[in-house]
Design a protein. Structure first.
Length: 427
C-alpha cells in the first residue's frame, strides 16, 4: 500500500532503561539536603563526606525498592514465592562464603602490599576499608544464608571459586573469572572513589557565598566542585550497592584485556595523564582563566560552558542511580543523557579539557603548544578507545544491541544529520 500524506509514521520507541530517573533524583535530593545541613553547621570534614554517601545511597535504595520495586525484576535471579529450607542450601552457602572470604583476603593482600595505598588520598580509603572489613565479614554470613534460600541459581561465581578450592564438582571456570573480574573492579575503583571524597566535599562546603557570588570565575569553580562532589558520591555508592535485591549486582565484568588497559591508565595509581605522566598535556599551557582574564564577558561565558559540561558529566553518573561502575554491565541505561548519546560522560569530559586547557595557546613556545595539542589529542584517543572496548563488551547483551540500534537512528548525531539533509534538500 502506498504511503500517503495522512498515513501516520511508525513510532520508534526508545528501549526501556534498567534504571528509573526517580532513583537518581532521590539520591540528588538526599545529597542536597545533607549539603545544606553540612554548610549550616560547618561540617566539612571526612566524616561529613561519608555521611553524604548515606544521604545519597539510602534514598536511592528506598526508591528502588518501594517505588520501582526492582526486587521483583526477573534479572535479580530471586524467587520470592517460597524460600527453600536452610538445610537444602547450607552447603552451598558455606562454599560461597569460602569463595568470598578468599577473594576478600586476596584484595586485602594487594592493598597491604601496595605502598601507594597508604599515602595521600588513598590512606583515607584504607582507613575506611579497615574499619568496614570486620563488619563486612560478619554481615556476609547472615546475608549469604538468607539470599541463597531465595536465589534461583545460588551456585554463582563465588560458589564456583569456593567449590574449586574444596575440590567439588560442577565448577565453571568462566564464572570464576567473572567473579574475580567483578571484585577486581570494585577493589580498584572503590579505593580511588573513597580517597577522593573528603577533598571535594570540603571544598564545596567551605565555599564563601559572599565571594563566589561576586566573582564569575569563583562561582564557576565552586559549581564545578559541586558537580564533581555529586559525581563522586553517586559513583562511590554505585560500587558499594552491588546487591541482587536492588537488581544492582554485576551481571558481567568486561572480559577484554584492552578494555581494562584503556580504563586503568585513566585512574590512580596508573594514570598516564597525571602531572609528569606520559600523557600530561598541561606542560607549557595555562588555564582558561589566564587567557581570558582581561575579557570579563568571555570569562563568564566560558565558565558557564564549563559548568554546563561538568553538569552533563555528573548527570551521566546520576542517571545510573545505585548502579554506577566502570568495566561492568549492571543493566543498560537508555534515559537521561543516554537518550542522546552512548557516551555522554566521555564527550563532556573531553570537551571540558579542550576548552579549559586551550592547548593551542602556550606560555612557552609554538613547540610547547604543538606538543600539548597532540598530547591532548592522544588523551581523547584513549577515551575513544575506552568507548569502543566498552561497546564491545556491552554488545554481548541483546538489550544493549537494541539500544545501540535505536541511538544510531534517534541519537543527537542522527538528529543533526537528518536536519542537515532536510536543509540541503530545501536549498
Amino acid at each position: 500500500m502506498a504511503m500517503t500524506a495522512a498515513t501516520p509514521i511508525a513510532a520508534d520507541p526508545r528501549p526501556p532503561s534498567a534504571v528509573s530517573g526517580g532513583a537518581g533524583l532521590a539520591g540528588i535530593a538526599g545529597v542536597f539536603a545533607w549539603i545544606m545541613v553540612a554548610r549550616h553547621y560547618h561540617m566539612d570534614g571526612p566524616y561529613a563526606a561519608l555521611v553524604n554517601l548515606v544521604a545519597c545511597g539510602v534514598p536511592m535504595a528506598l526508591w528502588s525498592l518501594l517505588v520501582d520495586k526492582v526486587h521483583r525484576n526477573l534479572s535479580t535471579g530471586i524467587d520470592w514465592t517460597g524460600p527453600r529450607p536452610w538445610r537444602e542450601t547450607i552447603d552451598i552457602s558455606l562454599t560461597k562464603l569460602a569463595g568470598l572470604w578468599i577473594t576478600w583476603g586476596g584484595i586485602a593482600l594487594i592493598y597491604a602490599t601496595g605502598r601507594f595505598y597508604w599515602i595521600g588520598n588513598f590512606a583515607f580509603a584504607m582507613w575506611c576499608l579497615t574499619w568496614a572489613a570486620p563488619v563486612l565479614f560478619v554481615c556476609s554470613v547472615p546475608y549469604v544464608l538468607w539470599i541463597d534460600r531465595r536465589l534461583v541459581a545460588p551456585r554463582d561465581g563465588a560458589w564456583m571459586l569456593g567449590a574449586w578450592m574444596t575440590g567439588q564438582a560442577g565448577v565453571e571456570r568462566e564464572a570464576i573469572y567473572n567473579h574475580l573480574r567483578s571484585w577486581g573492579v570494585k577493589a580498584f575503583f572503590l579505593a580511588f572513589m573513597l580517597g577522593g571524597l573528603p577533598g571535594g566535599f570540603g571544598e564545596f562546603v567551605r565555599g564563601d557565598l559572599s565571594v563566589v557570588l561576586r566573582d564569575p570565575v569563583a562561582l564557576s569553580l565552586w559549581l564545578i566542585a559541586l558537580m564533581f562532589l555529586i559525581d563522586m558520591a553517586f559513583a562511590t555508592v554505585g560500587y558499594v550497592l552491588t546487591f541482587r535485591p536492588l537488581d544492582s549486582h554485576i551481571r558481567t565484568a568486561n572480559p577484554f584485556a584492552a578494555a581494562w588497559m584503556a580504563a586503568l591508565i585513566c585512574y590512580p595509581p596508573l594514570t598516564l595523564m597525571m602531572d609528569g605522566g606520559v600523557l600530561d598535556y598541561h606542560i607549557g599551557t595555562a588555564s582558561w582563566t589566564y587567557w581570558l582574564q582581561w575579557h570579563p564577558v568571555l570569562l563568564a561565558l566560558t565558565g558557564a560552558v564549563l559548568v554546563g559540561l561538568t553538569g552533563i558529566y555528573a548527570w551521566a553518573t546520576v542517571a545510573f542511580g545505585p548502579r554506577f561502575s566502570n568495566l561492568t554491565n549492571r543493566g543498560i541505561l537508555t534515559h537521561g543523557p543516554y537518550r542522546w548519546t552512548r557516551h555522554p560522560a566521555y564527550w563532556s569530559k573531553n570537551l571540558f579539557w579542550w576548552i579549559s586547557t586551550v592547548p593551542l595557546l602556550s606560555t612557552g613556545s609554538l613547540v610547547d603548544a604543538a606538543r600539548a595539542t597532540l598530547t591532548l589529542m592522544a588523551v581523547s584517543g584513549v577515551y575513544y578507545w575506552r568507548a569502543k572496548t566498552e561497546e564491545r563488551h556491552l554488545m554481548l547483551d541483546p538489550d544493549y544491541r537494541a539500544y545501540n540500534d535505536w541511538i544510531l537512528r534517534n541519537g543527537a548525531i542522527a538528529l543533526v544529520l537528518a536536519w542537515v539533509r532536510r536543509r540541503g534538500k530545501a536549498v
